[in-house]
Design a protein around this ligand. Structure first.
Ligand code: GUN
Length: 290
């Protein structure tokens, strides 16, 4: 058995066509979807993510602005920039690119952006919907979890009643994804660095999501080849200058049924989902649903 590669490319193509149509429809109503990324400092990984966001945004006909602030910007000045964007009727989606400089990290970052413009889906008012049990993918929910659900849906995997192991409990991926999967009727086990035996969890699961943040953390010993596991690799690690996932694909490929490649899997799904959130935010504004 050689694992099927769950590439984002066909999903992204389909999404981009749909987003371009929705964007065009909004423009005809007088709304040009516009987003702004606030970048503090010069983190090279952030700059590469931002280039991808800009590209997809422009490809679907939305407009993109970068607010590039110096690494040593004062707290009040930084907050003033975000506030101005919150009040700007010409900007529909805002993201504060993470990580920000050390001296800004104790700000209440998830809640700085107005919830109606929070296309990252980090604001308490938006994440609260996950606690409340939503399964509505048109809400502003965190992009990586939502993108993973879109990818699984596209490739025809049924979540209802399936057992999913999510490895990693970050606020951006592991926690919101475990809730979204639960809302979609999966049975979720959330494991993390303090879990006694992660292999015991991953070997039982039908779907394994690796969101650990360690290059090639999982080898074939984490999988039971009888289970025909579907693996979602969220890892974006740099190893010898190469983008590397949390799963050692070469080692596991004969032990799992399907796996997302890195690069070309979860990463592009996250970006296209961000633009989907932007278009959804504008659609809500256009309908007066704020
Ligand atoms: N940095 C890495 N991933 C993300 C993300 O999803 N959103 C933001 N704002 N910053 C990030």
């Amino acid at each position: 058995m050689t694992a099927k590669l769950l590439s984002a490319a066909p999903v992204v193509d389909q999404f981009k066509r749909d987003l371009a149509e929705r964007c065009q429809a909004l423009k005809l109503k007088g709304f040009t979807p516009s987003m702004c990324v606030v970048l503090v400092g010069d983190n090279p990984a952030s700059q590469s993510y931002i280039r991808n966001k800009r590209r997809i945004c422009e490809e679907v006909g939305a407009s993109f602005r970068l607010e590039h602030l110096p690494a040593d910007i004062g707290r009040n000045e930084f907050l003033g920039h975000v506030k101005e964007l919150n009040q700007d009727p010409g900007i529909h989606g805002i993201i504060v690119q993470l990580p920000v400089s050390e001296h800004l990290r104790n700000l209440d970052l998830p809640n700085l952006v107005h919830p109606a413009k929070d296309i990252d889906g980090f604001h308490g008012q938006n994440t609260q919907q996950l606690y409340a049990g939503t399964r509505d993918l048109s809400l502003l929910l965190p992009c990586t979890p939502k993108g993973i659900i879109h990818l699984l849906n596209f490739y025809g995997y049924n979540l209802k009643g399936s057992s999913v192991a999510v490895i990693g409990r970050s606020a951006i991926v592991g926690k919101p994804l475990s809730m979204l999967l639960t809302n979609l009727d999966a049975t979720v086990t959330l494991a993390h660095s303090q879990t006694k035996d992660i292999r015991e969890v991953t070997r039982q699961a039908e779907i394994v999501v690796a969101a650990v943040g360690k290059a090639r953390f999982m080898d074939r010993s984490y999988f039971n080849s009888e289970r025909r596991t579907v693996v979602i690799d969220v890892g974006m690690n740099s190893l010898n200058g190469k983008l590397t996932g949390d799963v050692d694909l070469d080692d596991v490929k004969d032990f799992v049924a399907a796996i997302t490649p890195v690069p070309g899997g979860v990463g592009p799904m996250t970006v296209v989902t961000l633009i989907d959130n932007l278009i959804s935010a504008v659609e809500r504004t256009a309908k007066g649903m704020q």
